[in-house]
Design a protein around this ligand. Sequence first.
Ligand code: UMA
Ligand code: ADP
Length: 446
Amino acid sequence: MRAAILGMGLSGLGALKLSLLKGYETIAIDKKKFSELSKEARKAIGKKAQFFEESKSLKILEDVDILIVSPGISKDNKVIKKAKQLKKKIISEIEFGYLQCKGKIVAITGSNGKTTTTSMVYSIFKSHFKDVRLGGNIGISFSETVIDSNENTIFVLELSSFQLEDIETFKPNTAVLLNLTPDHQDRYERFEDYCKAKINIFRNQTRFDFAVINRFDDGIKRYEPFIKAKKFFFSSAPHKCKGAFIKGSAVFLRKNSKETEELFEIKALKVKGPHNLENAMAAAVASYLNGVPSEKIRESLKTFSPLPHRLEYVATINGADFYNDSKATNTDSVKKALLSFEKNVTLLLGGKDKGANFKELEEEVLKRCKKVICFGAARNKVQKTFEGKIKTECFKTLKEAVQNQIKTAEKGDIVLLSPACASFDEFNNFEDRGEKFKEWILKGRK
Ligand code: UMA
Ligand code: ADP
């Protein structure tokens, strides 16, 4: 078997290691030069695999049996086009990992809350199962986690729309869909195309599998009839379906029409906001369906701390609380951040526009904010949206915007970086943006 792997980032590297382990003759391809690849990628390729720069790889494709593609690579890529022309089998890295995987899979997707919910499920599972692996869009390639696994391994996977787009046989035993709201408008022409990619998570499931679904998400509703797996729901709004619901101050699980069981006290959660409560409900249902006892679900959720860059409290300066929500790169996550505060919010919006419609934020902004700070490459588009409706201020960089807030924020203010944009205009990624934001604030506090 001769496998070519396109993209030598995290996914490609995982696929390369797995391919070599299977004894395949392996060819690594990337648009970068060999010397520009990560140290780990260069080491893994070593003498065991061949490496070709993208532009020089077209000829070698004639002799390969399969092309394994990384999720971030566009369908217009010339290697993919050539492989198609040659009628070669093209599969995604997730599919490749799945073909070698013997264990049970819990896969989590949605527009927002994936990393939080996946981390919750992982921490619950670790309290109960021996061999649990975390992977997918969370920064660890699925293929890499498959190495050394067996039929007793349980995989907890965060999956993006990019990773679900091209699956063929991938079938999680439990699939969780948190919500469907606009994101990645720069990759998908229509919202429907993006939704279809996400819904693929249920595609190969049968009635012996489980689907865990948000009961009242407008985006999800129309796809529900196509789901063949056993459906369990969650919602903070009242419902009578099987799954997680709220009664009084606690979350309960309805197992069937007769039997319910208390899962956890809402107050016991350390994570903030109604969206995080729903993430915890989804994680609890997925855990119950996989046989974790409710005491262990309760204990793990109680100790689960908010992840960095997701509505993360940073510091209080002159009585104003500063929050880092750098991971909020679409309008729905910003809406959820705003819903977590009553009033007096100074909202920092901007960065690299992903094609968002900032007008979607208007209702909550007008209800809860005292001003909008527009920064970065998208600052003019943000300002145009809110000008004349609420006070706006404009800064070329996030640093200038933050330094101004450190000087001017008043007691009782909530200064919230929840940008609704990607970070790449000024930063390497959302983590870099969040770390710098925190650093400037902590320095400014002294
Ligand atoms: N490359 C080419 N040709 C191209 C384009 C890229 O050779 O035309 C090469 C690049 O030079 C680079 C590699 O491909 O070496 C990058 O591949 P990739 O973009 O697929 O990224 P990976 O490093 O493999 O990381 C991917 C996910 N990234 C994307 O989907 C963009 C990671 O999610 C994931 O953690 C990782 O696989 C392991 O599963 C990150 C992400 O940003 C967190 N995801 C997006 C999001 O959350 O919004 C979807
Ligand atoms: P993802 O991995 O889907 O990007 P994260 O858990 O990293 O999700 O959170 C990303 C952003 O979305 C953060 O700003 C977070 O506060 C917000 N968020 C988390 N859960 C939800 C949810 N269920 N609905 C909407 N926004 C959410």
